[in-house]
Design a protein. Sequence first.
Length: 436
Amino acid sequence: MTPSDVKATLSFSDGSPSIDLPLYKGSIGPDVIDIRKLYGQTGKFTYDPGFLSTASCQSTITYIDGDKGELLYRGYPIEQLATQCDFLDTCYLLLYGELPNEQKQKDFHKLVSEHTMVHEQMQFFLRGFRRDAHPMAVLTGLVGALSAFYHDSTDINNPTHRNIAAIRLIAKMPTLVAMAYKYGEGQPYVYPRNKLSYAGNFMRMMFATPCEDYEPNEVLVRAMDRIFILHADHEQNASTSTVRLCGSSGTNPFAAIAAGVACLWGPAHGGANEAALNMLEDIQRNGGIEKIGEFIKQVKDKNSSVKLMGFGHRVYKNYDPRAKLMRETCYEVLGALGLENDPLFKLAMALEKIALEDEYFVARKLYPNVDFYSGIVQRAIGIPVSLFTAIFALARTVGWIAQLNEMIGDPEYKIGRPRQLFVGSERRDVPPLHQR
Ligand code: ACO
């Protein structure tokens, strides 16, 4: 970290001595005030539930400028990566810091493809789940179970183990997600086919059956690959912070990533793409475009708890750059499938237009996020709504593992242990049962 000449001075109105706090400069983005010694010097903690003003780590992986609507992976704009690279290039970049040259690209693709199968015993583990279980419930279990199958890459303090675990996770996630899908459908699992691209192989494992192979459609494969790229990392979001916190105890990488999967499931995070599509389907069922006005009225009503899913973001206070790319992909996919007049897409466009002009959304800087469109694209590809978040988890795995490995390699890393402002009862004695 680069120290700044400027210091932050913290003073107190009760006459307690003021203290100087060091400031550090990032390569871009806001400076941070180092409060690590605050408790030692003042006996006070800072209070920041939701981490609105707290940097939990230093990182070189992903940078977001929420006001500009900019997203960079290792310095490269998401728009360039999404149009000039594929998902495995992006994985390489996130993991190792640079884009691969031709040879490294070939080697990396080969390495990942050599790890796409999962232990045959995993299917018996899967068999313990109910067939109607939510795919995210299944995936949380399957990813956690990897640590029971791959003992030779569970030492988080060993860089070779960390690298093998990273490759295994990236390679096996499509297989696991497709297995979770096939299990729910009651269809036989389809083994990976390594000569296909990463996205093409995933789609084949999803849609082929023993009686009919799946011919990957170029436009749809490219769309799937783009979904993966756009979801690959997003700096210190809830699931990534969960992975870091979980991994900070020294647990194995598979367990830490399983924690990330569990966190991603929530509707305020990765579950939003599923929630956004369900919302569109609900509006469609209840009258469609005609009823948008009524729906928006409910969203704006503080007592209703209805939210416009796929809108708003903790960091972006401008159009989410991923949403722009996904909107483009939406047009491409619907065009390729002859679904330009898809009523749900038309509804989404109408909803977006009204929301972008409405004072409520404008004043709060609420713009569409990537999930507003990714659900429409996935639905058009034939992916069931309940699988959307599992696909997000598949794509985010590389980000989680890159962030986890960065943390373990950081000499300043410590087990994560937030403090609290205690507002409960002071010490008291347990009364006998008859007096309670
Ligand atoms: N619909 C209606 N109002 C909203 C929405 C929304 N989608 N999002 C935020 N607001 C309102 C809030 O009610 C609040 O209003 P107020 O100031 O009058 O109280 C104001 O905008 C600020 O919102 P916060 O909840 O404070 O913003 P926060 O940064 O905590 O939340 C979040 C961000 C969770 C993403 C929120 O916008 C949301 O719930 N959106 C819908 C779910 C969604 O799409 N999540 C996907 C996130 S992106 C991703 O994970 C890939």
